[in-house]
Design a protein around this ligand. Structure first.
Ligand SMILES: NC(=O)C1=CN([C@@H]2O[C@H](COP(=O)(O)OP(=O)(O)OC[C@H]3O[C@@H](n4cnc5c(N)ncnc54)[C@H](O)[C@@H]3O)[C@@H](O)[C@H]2O)C=CC1
Ligand SMILES: O=C(O)CCC(=O)C(=O)O
Length: 452
């Protein structure tokens, strides 16, 4: 046994060599390791037991072929995965992503992040993530159904309410969960809570669709309060226009902010008057029902402008919420936000800021709410959906909203408690707090199990 801890550089070099070409995964581990390393230095029980190295080696990765037939009777072949990262504190839990950009590196980064996020919720959930490189854009409902059924025909043998409980993520919403759950039920002959994000008619939870976006705003509200600030009266820019972005925008408007941007992979719309609830209803219908493009908003509302191929980060704002995808905000974007005196950046998406951008926010001492804390509301309400399924009960939306607020405020407080010294201007390092608090619970459970 070695009581000599390797340097962070040596640890990262080994990780890079063991995971060639997996840039997203290496980035996610680095972003955690840079905070954990100093913290465990005087805690040999963690580094002698190689805890971080073990969390950064998934328990298992299941990879499989998914064959389906399109509407023109062509046979299509895609790849599916489930990364079961760590179940030290509960069954694997985390979403499924269907997008052409999905590969093993992306799912490993997401499953790794999920392990810390789920720990922060305080609920008994381990970390997992899965998905496929299947691109759902432009597919008919019948094609989506056939793909989901084929995907579940392999996945079902690896999941279950006490084993691994998938849910939605990018490209997987209520429609897909319906097809996936129906096939799980058909194959196993059992109705059981093996998926969350279900519709209310068959065991879903109130507030699950809203939870990630609302939860991010509840976290932001708590962080602003800690700094003697509030959301009311602030201007906000939001990227994305999916589940997380739209619910974050809605809650920001409820809290008195003026939200002036939303985006998709084609570009962003800027409405200088801000989106009110009627405009947001129109966008919900456009994106979640009609599955249209955000550029159509500028045709409908003449004061708005569409900026093709661009992200919104140069638009002046007090609050910025990246809610689209990983690495959507780089160092130049961070500089533009800081030049415009942004007060807070709150990550709704998973790892939307590059390492350089996140470092710039942390060095500047602004409020930087990292994804694993700020967007934990979605998985937290999924955890509550599991509890409701197990107890055969359904709670009402006010009860769930109250629980979500309490969970997000608790995560906020855990981050403050573990963040260490505040900066000269009293700034809390939420990223450090989230990494250390998330790590601690998983690490202590792993120590209790011995070497397994
Ligand atoms: N749905 C959930 O409960 C949770 C989602 N997240 C994360 O939030 C992010 C968004 O997920 P959802 O809203 O669920 O997905 P979604 O599929 O509902 O929406 C994704 C949105 O991002 C946009 N987008 C994709 N690539 C883009 C790009 N390169 N540039 C600009 N926009 C782009 C899409 O057009 C779409 O509007 C992802 O990072 C996801 O992992 C995190 C926690 C929970
Ligand atoms: O509700 C869930 O289990 C999925 C949440 C998720 O995928 C995430 O937090 O990124």
């Amino acid at each position: 046994m070695s009581d000599q801890m390797p340097s962070l550089d040596t640890f990262m070099e080994g990780l890079r060599q063991r995971n060639p070409g997996q840039d997203e995964f290496v980035q996610a581990v680095h972003d955690v390791a840079q905070d954990i390393w100093g913290w465990i230095e005087d805690k040999p029980r963690y580094h002698e037991a190689e805890i971080l190295r073990r969390i950064a080696e998934p328990d298992r990765i299941v990879s499989f072929r998914v064959c389906w037939e399109d509407d023109d009777h062509n046979i299509r072949v895609e790849r599916g995965w489930r990364v079961q990262n760590n179940n030290a504190i509960g069954p694997y839990k985390g979403g499924l992503r269907f997008d052409e950009s999905v590969n093993e590196s992306v799912l490993k980064f997401l499953a790794f992040e999920q392990t810390f996020k789920n720990s922060l919720t305080g609920l008994p959930m381990g970390g997992g993530k899965g998905g496929s490189n299947f691109n759902p854009k432009g597919k008919s409902d019948a094609e989506i159904m056939r793909f989901c059924q084929s995907f579940m025909t392999e996945l079902y043998r690896h999941i279950g309410p006490n084993t691994d409980v998938p849910a939605g993520d990018m490209g997987v919403g209520s429609r897909e969960i319906g097809y996936l759950f129906g096939q799980y039920k058909r194959l196993t002959g059992r109705w059981e809570g093996a998926l969350t994000g279900k519709a209310l008619e068959y065991g879903g939870s109130q507030m699950r669709p809203e939870a990630t976006g609302y939860g991010a705003v509840y976290f932001l509200r708590a962080a602003l309060k800690e700094a003697g600030e509030k959301i009311d009266g602030k201007t906000a820019i939001v990227s994305g226009s999916g589940n997380v972005a739209l619910h974050a925008a809605r809650k920001l408007v409820d809290c008195g902010a003026k939200v002036v941007t939303l985006s998709d992979s084609d570009g962003f719309v800027h409405d200088p008057d801000g989106f009110d609830n009627d405009k947001l209803d129109w966008i919900y219908d456009l994106k979640l029902e009609r599955r249209g493009r955000i550029s159509e908003y500028a045709d409908e509302y003449s004061r708005a402008e569409f900026h093709e191929g661009k992200a919104p980060w140069a638009v002046e704002s007090d609050l910025a919420l990246p809610c689209a995808t990983q690495n959507e905000l780089d160092e130049d974007d961070a500089k533009a936000l800081l030049d415009n005196d942004v007060l807070a950046v709150c990550e709704g998406a998973n790892m939307p800021s590059t390492t350089e951008a996140a470092d710039a926010f942390r060095e500047a001492g602004i409020i930087f709410a990292p994804a694993k804390a700020a967007n934990a509301g979605g998985v937290a309400v999924s955890g509550l959906e599991m509890s409701q399924n197990a107890e055969r009960v359904s709670w009402d939306s006010d009860t769930l909203d109250d629980k979500l607020v309490a969970l997000m405020e608790d995560i906020h407080d855990k981050c403050v408690e573990h963040a260490g010294e505040t900066g000269e201007d009293g700034a809390v390092d939420y990223a450090r707090g989230a990494n250390i608090a998330g790590f601690r619970k998983v690490a202590d459970a792993m120590l209790a199990y011995g070497v397994i």
